[in-house]
Structures are given as structure tokens and as C-alpha cells.
Ligand binder design. Sequence first.
Ligand code: PEP
Length: 254
Amino acid sequence: MERKVVIAGNWKMNKDAAAGRELVESLKPLVAGFTDADVVVCPPFTTLSAVVAAAAGSNIKVGAQNVHWAESGAFTGEISAEMLVSSGVEYVIIGHSERRQYFGETDATVNSRLKAALKAGLKPIVCVGETLAEREGNKTNEVIGRQLRDGLAGLTAADMANVIIAYEPVWAIGTGKTATPAIAEETHKFIRETVGALFGAATASALRIQYGGSMKPENARELVAQADIDGGLIGGAALKADSFAKLISEALGR
Ligand code: PEP
């Protein structure tokens, strides 16, 4: 099954509107030829509009880093899926490990956000991954199996056609410690098998699974060459146009 490579940059809490616009303006010519990949940037909420405007007419798509599950109402500080769509946003990261670690995100809240995102027509990037203690305790598959079962509960195979899973081992995020291609592939294969058991073989075979965790230009080629790795969710290396573009070029095997 041919799956289109998808590379998303998670800017986290970096780049105001001016810096975001500047990064996208620099990125546009560098990635214009990468029509065989989906290229996504995910700035902070307050930078989204500037980046949507800067990316207009290019092959760069825009994503948010979180979404609330309600359509509107008394949820101070939150942003709804409809608000994102009306701002020109197409993708949204859900359940990033930093949100699970610092902001009380659970598989149940991931599931609520995911359903709201799909209902509004967003393309969700759902993050799963184990901590170092869980990996060392041989609990990786148990943890990821639970995150998938509970996080994706109630979805249909049709919903899953719009979902991307990002496998991000927590111990590899922002640490410079990348999972080896073999270790990453083993877990990606497990994710695909689990999604197959939940939604059927056709859904599993079409599912795009990104790797995330210290992916950079130097290791992107070998990671994305693995059978079940279909792209990357990138933190640090997405903050500069040249490294992000180089990483995409490596991931595409150029
Ligand atoms: C991330 O936060 O999604 C991430 C993968 O970060 P980094 O690439 O910096 O490890």
C-alpha cells in the first residue's frame, strides 16, 4: 500500500506572528517541489492566522496543537474545532505527551477532542508513546494498546481515514535520543496491527503513522525508509526553515 509521507512541524510554544510568518516565507520555496509529501506546520494559537495567510497558495498546510471538545461555551482559555476551521486550520495535534504530562490529558480527553476535531472536518494527529520507565518495564505495547483502544474508542473506519497516528516515545522527545529505526519500526508495526484488530485490515493498511522524537535531517531517511513509518512529527528541527526542508527531502529519499 502506497501511503503519502506526512511531515508535521510542532512549533510548541515558540514563534510569535512575525517570526511564524518569516519562517513560512523562508520555507515556501524550499518545500515547493515536495508535492509527494503532506507538509504541515503547527504554530501556537496566536500565530495561526499569520501563518495561514503566509502559507496561502503554497503546499504548506497549517495545524493547531490542541482543540477543545465543546463547540462553544464557558470554557475559559479554550479553542473549539469550529474556530480552528474558520481560521483556515486543517490539522490538529491531539494528546501530545507534553499535554499528557503537564496538563492532565488522558485517553478519555484525547477521545473527546478527537471526536470534536473529526466532526468539524479537521485532520487529527493523535500522539501515543511510552515513557522510559514503561519501556524498561516491558510495558510499551500494553501502554500503546491502551492509548489506541481508549483514544480511538467509538470511531468508525470512515473516521480513521482522516486520522494520523504519531508514535512518539516520550524518552526520545527533545532529548536527542532517537529510537533506532528498528525499535521505532517494531512499535509502528504493533500500532498498525492494533488498528487492524480494531478497524480492519484495509484501515490499518491505509493508516499513516508518523515517528516523532528527535527526528532530524541526519536520521529522517533511515526512519522513514522503514515499512511502517510514513513520516514524522518534528519538534526542534522544525523551527528553522533549512533544517525542516532538509529533513523532508531526506524523508522523501532525495
Ligand atoms: C515533539 O515534540 O513532537 C517532538 C518530536 O520533539 P523533538 O523533535 O524536538 O524531539
